[in-house]
Write a protein that binds this ligand. Structure first.
Ligand code: ADP
Length: 926
């Protein structure tokens, strides 16, 4: 072992995290177990970032070593090589060139990896000054994780990139409050909300996070495992230290210069804890850089239509069951023209409102732009060239911005100005548009002018080599640049003079990276120069086979001037860049507000455009419990049919019960259109409450508080939820949670088990919805027996999908009418689907036999013998079991009153002493 400190093996703690060398360890030869200084540095840095792939900067590459190299080479399909040895074993290595690093990062992040980017923190020349063996100083400057990316190429333009933190605090003796904080570091958006255990799933599903951070206690809580699985976003558990109340306060104070979130509104303890956690994680991943976050805005969870993850997935709101955007409701209605508008539309679709006034305000904006087609067209024309100002500003704040980000702000500001002018001429405006106009008018015109005057026409991607500042902006810059142009002329002059002086007409001035500028003459002339009277001024540099190369003092001087001029020019450009970035940072709130205003106008105009073209109408939204739509369509199915040249049959639906919701039991053959009908009504609710127009001739929607949609097991294989158990868990959630204000859609519940089980469960579920939940509901079923429920319950009606028959074949008319289906046409559908003819024939025989038995002993008649119509639906809840403990235990009470999450270590210790003392006194522990 060497005693040289630089070459010593690293401390065991970091060495232990190093992947063990592969294979049986042959005894290393003397000296082979040495760790080079660079490897020691690598091991130390990797040791501090054990859960990330380490991108270790070496010159123009990021290199990965050991297991990281193996993982990355497999994931990225790049060559795995070797570099030197570590503890006697080859070190696997692979590398990615820095200019392509973004692409590789994107792929690794998409695959669920985290990447620590380790840069060289000094010029290698600096390191060499410390000695030949010294390694360049390196440090991790950033952790790239799914929720903290800012690069344009890594982000989806029309999707927010939310990092969500969750915290939990005791709200009462037996309930917790969950704080949910969401930041988008690409735009600075920051929201905080509080919810309950039951509300956690819907809240997270609405936010659609890219990454979730949470204390490890929540991560490991078995009660929450289902929520995490359902959301499906990558989770990152954090150790508890640093997540206490005091640290959260300190972080908020530091980030926003306030002592508590109260400065921005009233926040609960769980919300503050979540906000602190999210800031903690941002600081941890961004290291030195500070994203410019907006002050946190509190969202009132009660103001949003609650849609749980299963319903969201089932209705395919923002993506289809298979995870794609194409085919979703969002894709079908998205006519926005700006990335910010696209994100706002998705946000509104994911979180429809429940506040009637707020919904109507949005409708007013859409209605105005439906009526005024000329204004709409003009606005849309201007919006189409508005780039993503918010994300450009986000990158600039993190010092990851380039010249094109400045240009994005310039063009965004130009669009903002133009839109403001159009709106100013438009006369009276509805409140939402007027607010947007005011925000746009607030922008100082000097900002745009300064950017426009400063930036060159063609902009490089990176600011590194300059070239983005226009000519005429800065005299010193112009002068430095002029030297480049002038030097060519100057060299031509010099060449002519030297040619004359030496009498060599073929003398040329050339340049290469080794010699810099030099002059070249034929060898014979060279010999003369070496000997002749000019030998003092022509300095020999190189002899080639047929030529000789010289330099002069003048050329050397020129060389230095050109190099220093280009350095000077780049430095001046960097200073100008910093100036512009600082100017924009100062105007950030106004620019972000203008960006938001453009997004709001974009959304209103996009929805208006859609409504105008497709004849969608403004729904009447109020506080009633009505749900009445006339001639409604399913926007996605309609579009799909239109592509095949087929018409969509519009259908009406009325679930407005008398003082409480009504229930429609929908029967009809497979492929008749039941699912489509059910979903289109749910989508009308979503569209109406997000403030959009709806695909119906007329619609009246009493606001819903929650929307539920479930599909029986057989239809839900795409989500891998095929078990009957899951179907029942979901049905239970609905029966337990739906209120009179809810809309419930149940498609073929009870299908996943034997006929009688299924029928019984479906029957009882409908009864419960009618008697207990009293919500509005649509219930599609193949149990025709359920249609008999109308006999007992006034607010249940039956609907069916009409079928005509032609030559023994069913023709599905997709028309919803009152009544019950008489046949299911299963065999006909099976035949159409290509079941072998003998199987269809045999099935026909069996069916006829079964139908004969049924005629002789009808099941429907047997139902009358069952206690179905006799037994009242149970409505009275069971009285709670009497408490086992008669006398409250003071020690228990004292323990229950403690909230460990909120205590400082000192307070915790004191509490422990107090408890021990109480135990001694009361003697109740024995
Ligand atoms: P079910 O749930 O009754 O099996 P679906 O709702 O899945 O039926 O509809 C089956 C197919 O019928 C759809 O894919 C669509 O092509 C067509 N369809 C459904 N509803 C309509 C309608 N209202 N107008 C035209 N075609 C429809």
């Amino acid at each position: 072992m060497t005693t040289d400190p630089v070459l010593e093996a690293p401390a065991p703690s970091s060495a232990a995290r190093l992947p063990a060398p592969r294979g049986a360890a042959a005894a290393p030869k003397a000296g082979e177990d040495r760790v080079t200084p660079m490897m020691a540095q690598y091991v130390e840095i990797k040791g501090a970032n054990p859960d990330s792939l380490l991108f270790y900067r070496m010159g123009d590459f990021y290199e990965l070593f050991f297991e990281d190299a193996e993982i990355a080479s497999r994931a990225l399909g790049i060559v795995l090589t070797k570099r030197g040895k570590h503890l006697g074993q080859d070190i696997p290595m692979c590398g990615v060139p820095i200019e392509r690093a973004d692409d590789y990062l994107q792929r690794l992040i998409a695959l669920g990896h985290r990447v620590a980017v380790c840069e060289q923190m000094e010029d290698p020349a600096e390191a060499r000054k410390r000695g030949a063996k010294a390694v360049v100083r390196r440090d991790v400057v950033r952790l790239v994780t799914p929720g903290t990316i800012t690069e344009e190429r890594l982000l989806e333009p029309a999707r927010a990139s939310l990092l969500v933190a969750i915290a939990r605090r005791k709200a009462s003796e037996d309930a917790y409050a969950y704080g949910v904080a969401a930041v988008d570091i690409s735009t600075g958006a920051f929201t905080v909300t509080e919810t309950t255990r039951g509300g956690l799933g819907p809240t997270l599903a609405r936010l659609d996070p890219r990454e979730i951070v949470l204390p490890d206690t929540l991560h490991d809580d078995p009660d929450l495992a289902g929520v995490w699985r359902e959301i499906g976003a990558p989770l990152y558990p954090l150790a508890r230290d640093g997540l206490d109340a005091a640290s959260a306060q300190a972080r908020l104070e530091e980030a926003f210069g306030v002592a508590t979130l109260d400065a921005f509104g009233s926040f609960g303890r769980a919300e503050i804890a979540a906000a602190g956690t999210v800031l903690h994680y941002v600081a941890r991943t961004q290291i030195g850089a500070r994203p410019a976050l907006r002050p946190p805005a509190r969202e009132d969870g009660g103001g949003v239509l609650a849609i749980d993850p299963a319903t969201r997935a089932n209705l395919e709101l923002v993506r289809t069951l298979s995870g794609e955007r194409t085919g979703s409701l969002l894709a079908a209605i998205d006519r926005t023209l700006t990335p910010g508008g696209g994100r706002l539309l998705a946000e509104r679709l994911s979180g429809p409102l429940t506040d009637v006034a707020a919904i109507r305000a949005r409708q007013d904006a859409v209605a105005r732009l439906v009526e005024d087609a000329i204004l709409r067209e003009r606005l849309r024309e201007r919006l189409s060239s508005a780039p993503d100002m918010s994300r450009a500003l986000g990158r600039l704040a993190l010092d990851r911005g380039g010249p094109r980000d400045l240009a994005a702000v310039r063009d965004g500001l130009a669009a903002a100005g133009a839109v403001a002018r159009l709106l100013a001429e438009a006369g009276d405006l509805p409140a939402e548009i007027e607010a947007a106009r005011a925000a746009l008018a607030d922008l100082a015109p000097a900002l745009e002018a300064r950017l426009a005057d400063t930036l060159a026409e063609d902009l490089p991607l990176s600011k590194r080599d300059g070239g983005f500042v226009a000519a005429g902006v800065d005299p010193a810059l112009d002068e430095a640049r002029a030297l480049g142009t002038d030097s060519r002329r100057f060299i031509a002059g010099l060449q002519a003079r030297y040619a004359e002086e030496t009498g060599c007409r073929t003398l040329r001035i050339k340049h290469n990276s080794m010699l810099g500028y030099y002059l070249e003459v034929p060898a014979a002339f060279g010999e003369e120069l070496l000997r002749g009277p000019l030998k003092g001024s022509y300095i020999h540099r190189q002899t080639m086979s047929d030529a000789m190369r010289f330099t002069t003092l003048e050329l050397g001087e020129l060389e230095r001037r050109i190099a220093s001029a280009s350095e000077r020019a780049v430095a001046i450009e960097h200073a100008i860049f910093a100036d512009l970035a600082a100017m924009l940072a100062g105007a950030r709130p106004a620019i972000l507000a203008a960006g938001d205003a453009l997004s709001a106008i974009d959304v209103a105009a996009a929805l208006a455009d859609l409504a105008a073209e497709r004849a969608w109408t403004r729904p009447l939204v109020d506080e009633s419990l009505a749900f009445a739509v006339e001639d409604a369509r399913h926007p996605v199915v309609e579009a799909a049919l239109a592509r095949e040249g087929k018409p969509f049959i519009a259908n009406s639906c009325d679930l407005s019960g008398d003082g409480a919701g009504a229930i429609a039991v929908v029967t009809g053959p497979n492929m008749g259109g039941k699912s489509t009908f059910l979903r289109q009504n749910a989508l009308v609710v979503v569209l109406a409450q997000m403030g959009a127009f709806v695909p119906a001739a007329r619609a009246h929607v009493g606001v819903c508080d929650r929307l539920f949609s479930r599909v029986g097991a057989a239809d839900d294989l795409a989500r891998g939820r095929s078990t009957f158990m899951v179907e029942m868990v979901e049905t239970a959630a609905i029966l337990n949670q739906a209120t009179r204000r809810s809309l419930v859609i149940l498609d073929e519940i009870g299908r996943g088990t034997a006929t009688f089980d299924g029928l019984s469960i479906a029957w009882a579920a409908v009864e419960h919805l009618h008697e207990e939940n009293r919500c509005r509901a649509l219930f599609a079923t193949h149990f025709h027996e359920l249609t008999r429920l109308t006999e007992r319950f006034a607010r249940i009606e039956t609907l069916t999908l009409r079928v005509a028959e032609h030559a023994g074949q069913p023709i599905f008319l997709h028309e919803v009418v009152r009544g019950a289906a008489d046949r299911s046409y299963g065999l006909q559908v099976a035949k159409l689907a290509g079941l072998p003819p003998p199987v269809v024939a045999r099935a026909g025989e069996i069916l006829r036999e079964l139908e004969r038995t049924e005629r002789e002993h009808p099941r429907a008649a047997r139902l009358d013998d069952l206690p179905l119509f006799a037994a009242p639906v149970r409505t009275a809840p069971q009285p709670p079991a009497p408490k086992a403990e008669a006398k409250p235990d003071p020690l228990r009470a004292a323990l229950a009153a403690l909230d460990p999450d909120e205590m400082t270590p000192k307070a915790a210790l004191e509490a422990l002493y107090a408890l021990k003392a109480a135990a001694r006194e009361g003697g109740s522990g024995s």
